[in-house]
Ligand binder design. Structure first.
Ligand SMILES: NC(=O)C1=CN([C@@H]2O[C@H](COP(=O)(O)OP(=O)(O)OC[C@H]3O[C@@H](n4cnc5c(N)ncnc54)[C@H](O)[C@@H]3O)[C@@H](O)[C@H]2O)C=CC1
Ligand SMILES: O=CCc1c[nH]c2ccccc12
Length: 298
């Protein structure tokens, strides 16, 4: 079963899984995007700051696919303090296309305290025909509230970190977004495998993978899909890319999702406790040093 599309609040439909080009070196980028398109990805995610828009654009051109058949997202990352209009014109030229499907504010800090003014500049880009849909990334609930208070065009997505170890702190944001029809786009969904292996999520993830006869990474992507998110992921390996697309066929049960959420929340709690202990240890060490300095002078 193919992944299909997700309906956006501006009437458009976005392919539910995308191939991201963050950290892909220029010299191998076109080849990796070519491969992703070859296996069936029709949604590419890049950014001004990834510095590989030209290579992504080259792969699209080489694919011979028609512009309407590939969804292209890029982001205003505030590189060299350039404003959204200058940046989007540069992105269009680098990508070699005449419109961008989805243009995102890469991070709220780029707005420098003026979310309202920055969003107005983004809205202009849609009116100019440079971009079809507008969205944000890494916005908190408060950032979104501020934006929605004055927006005339709603963001269609908020591209956010989404994996079981952040589910507890992210649920209020996801609920707020659902109320306002802003679709989550989840990135770094594979963190339990890539940078936090050995945590509490491993057990349910591996058990579910075994029961369904699928790979652990597919369980994590299926979890993200179950949260209603558009998935943005990546790999340089053809077999992995194929296995990501096969997640379209995987449906987790309510109990599977509960088990992953529960294990994720446990890990999040441990992490928070570890951070508190580290801060406390720093204070104790500083107090000890101060005491030593005071008493050694007596
Ligand atoms: N808006 C934003 O601030 C951000 C956006 N992104 C977007 O999301 C895309 C994907 O981000 P990532 O963090 O790379 O996502 P990811 O969590 O999907 O990780 C992808 C990596 O996981 C590896 N992987 C797959 N299965 C594995 C396994 N079983 N064991 C170990 N490693 C395994 C892959 O080879 C690949 O290198 C980026 O290219 C970018 O487009 C990423 C980060 C931030
Ligand atoms: O998108 C991936 C992470 C990243 C790399 N550079 C920036 C700048 C601003 C926001 C996010 C990121």
């Amino acid at each position: 079963m193919p992944f299909g599309d997700i309906q956006l609040n501006d009437g458009r439909k976005i392919p539910a899984i995308g191939f991201g080009s963050w950290k892909i070196p220029k010299d191998v980028c076109t080849g990796q995007v070519d491969q992703a398109i070859d296996v069936g990805f029709d949604h590419l995610d890049t950014a001004q700051v990834y510095r590989n828009e030209e290579e992504v654009g080259k792969a699209f051109k080489e694919s011979g696919l028609s512009r309407k058949d590939v969804w292209i997202t890029t982001k205003w990352s505030g590189v060299d303090d350039k404003d959204p209009k200058t940046s989007v014109e540069e992105s269009l030229s680098k990508l070699g296309i005449d419109y961008i499907d989805l243009y995102l504010i890469h991070h709220p800090r780029l707005c420098k305290g003026d979310i309202e003014g920055t969003w107005k500049k983004m809205e202009e880009l849609k009116k100019l025909g440079y971009v079809k849909s507008l969205g944000v990334s890494n916005f908190t609930k408060d950032d979104l509230k501020e934006l929605l208070a004055t927006a005339t065009i709603k963001p269609v997505v908020n591209q956010i970190l989404l994996h079981p170890y952040v589910i507890s702190s992210t649920t209020p944001l996801l609920e707020y977004m659902a109320t306002h029809h802003v679709v989550p786009e989840g990135y770094s969904s594979l963190i339990p495998l890539t940078s936090k292996p050995g945590g509490p999520v491993d057990k349910p993830m591996n058990e579910i993978a075994k029961r369904l006869n699928v790979k652990p990474e597919q369980v994590l992507l299926a979890w993200s899909k179950a949260k209603g998110a558009i998935i943005v992921t990546t790999s340089s390996k053809k077999e992995r890319l194929e296995s990501y697309l096969d997640v379209g066929d995987i449906t987790l049960t309510k109990d599977d999702i509960k088990a992953l959420d529960h294990a994720g929340a446990k890990g999040e709690l441990w992490q928070a406790r570890k951070q508190k202990m580290a801060v406390a240890a720093k204070y104790i060490a500083a107090a000890g040093l101060l005491g030593y300095l005071v008493f050694s002078k007596m």
